[in-house]
Design a protein around this ligand. Structure first.
Ligand code: ATP
Ligand code: MG
Length: 268
C-alpha cells in the first residue's frame, strides 16, 4: 500500500527551493534511509513528509492526505499518525522513562488523566510492552536525564511507537551515539518496523548502517534524488555521485569535507 507519494515535489523556505522536483513513492512497511552530504535537503524532505516544510511546487500525498491543501484538523490527525525522532532525543528530561513513553499516547488519552499521569492497567501493560520492544524496561522509573544517549533514543522510539504511528521519521537518530549504541538504536527501529509494520524513513550519515539495516536507500545531492534502490546496488561510482559532486561545491564554501563513511565499507 502506497503511503507517501511525491510528484515533482519542490520544498523550501521562503522562495528558496531546497528539495527540487522530487518523485518518490514509499510503501507501508519499508525501512528506508536517505543519505547524502550535509545541506542537500535530507531533513527538509523528511520534515516535508510531516507537513512542516513549505511546498513550493508539485504535489505530496501522505497517508491519503494531499499535504498542500490540508486543513488544520486533518493536519493534526495526520501528524498523530507520524512519529518523529531527532538526533537530540527531545525527551522531557526530568520525567521518568514510563511517563515519557506514556506522553506518546497523549492524543489517545483524556486530558485530565494525561495531566495527572493516571494510567489504566491496560495502558501500563501497553507501555511495558513498548519498553520490552526497545529493551528499557529495567529503567522504567529512572529519570530520562540519568540515561545514556542510546537509552534515551530507545525511549524516544518507544514514545513514537506508543503514538501508534503508521510512519516513523528519524532525522539522524544515531549521529550523537557511539557505534554500539547506534547499532542498538537501529536494531530497535528495525524491531518496530518488523513487529508493528511501521514504515521507517531515516536520515543517516553512516553509509555502512544504511547498507546493513535498510531495504532501500535514497541518495540525495543538491536537492535531487540521484539514487533510489536497494543497498546492494549502491556501487562505488554511485556513492561518489551522491557525495562528491556536492562536495566540490561545498568545499568552495567551507574549505573542508570529511567522508561520512569508510571508503573500504563503501567498496565492499
Ligand atoms: N529553517 C530554515 N530556513 C531557511 N533555510 C533553511 C532552513 N532549514 C534548512 N535550510 C537550508 O536548506 C538547505 C538544506 O538543509 P537541510 O537541513 O535539509 O539539509 P540536510 O541534508 O539535512 O543537511 P545535514 O546533513 O547537515 O543535516 C540548507 O542550505 C539549509 O541552510
Ligand atoms: Mg539534516
Amino acid at each position: 500500500m502506497e503511503q507517501i507519494r511525491a510528484d515533482k515535489l519542490t520544498l523550501g523556505y521562503g522562495r528558496k527551493d531546497v528539495v527540487k522536483a522530487v518523485d518518490l513513492s514509499i510503501h507501508k512497511g519499508e525501512f528506508l534511509s536517505i543519505i547524502g552530504p550535509s545541506g542537500v535537503g535530507k531533513s527538509t524532505l523528511l520534515m516535508g513528509i510531516n507537513a512542516t516544510t513549505s511546498i513550493l511546487g508539485g504535489s505530496l500525498n501522505v497517508l491519503g492526505q494531499d499535504v498542500s491543501s490540508i486543513r488544520n484538523g486533518d493536519l493534526k490527525a495526520l501528524r498523530s499518525k507520524i512519529g518523529v525522532i531527532f538526533q537530540g532525543f527531545n525527551l522531557v528530561s526530568r520525567l521518568s522513562v514510563l511517563d515519557n513513553i506514556a506522553s506518546g499516547m497523549l492524543h489517545r488519552k483524556p486530558l485530565l488523566s494525561a495531566i495527572f499521569k493516571h494510567y489504566t492497567e491496560q495502558q501500563y501493560e501497553e507501555i511495558y510492552e513498548y519498553m520490552k520492544v526497545v529493551g528499557i524496561e529495567e529503567e522504567a522509573l529512572s529519570r530520562c536525564d540519568r540515561l545514556s544517549g542510546g537509552q534515551k533514543q530507545r525511549v524516544a522510539i518507544a514514545r513514537a511507537i506508543a503514538q501508534h504511528p503508521e510512519i516513523i521519521l528519524a532525522d539522524e537518530p544515531i549521529s550523537s551515539l557511539d557505534p554500539v549504541s547506534a547499532r542498538s538504536v537501529l536494531e530497535t527501529l528495525r524491531n518496530a518496523n518488523e513487529k508493528y509494520g511501521i514504515t521507517v524513513v531515516a536520515n543517516l550519515h553512516q553509509l555502512e548502517y544504511a547498507r546493513e539495516f535498510c531495504s532501500r536507500v535514497i541518495g540525495m545531492n543538491s536537492g535531487r534524488i540521484v539514487y533510489d534502490g536497494p543497498p546492494e546496488r549502491l556501487c562505488q561510482a554511485t556513492v561518489e555521485q551522491i557525495y562528491c559532486s556536492h562536495t566540490s561545491r561545498e568545499q568552495q564554501n567551507t574549505g573542508s569535507f570529511h567522508f561520512p563513511f569508510s571508503p573500504a565499507a563503501a567498496a565492499a
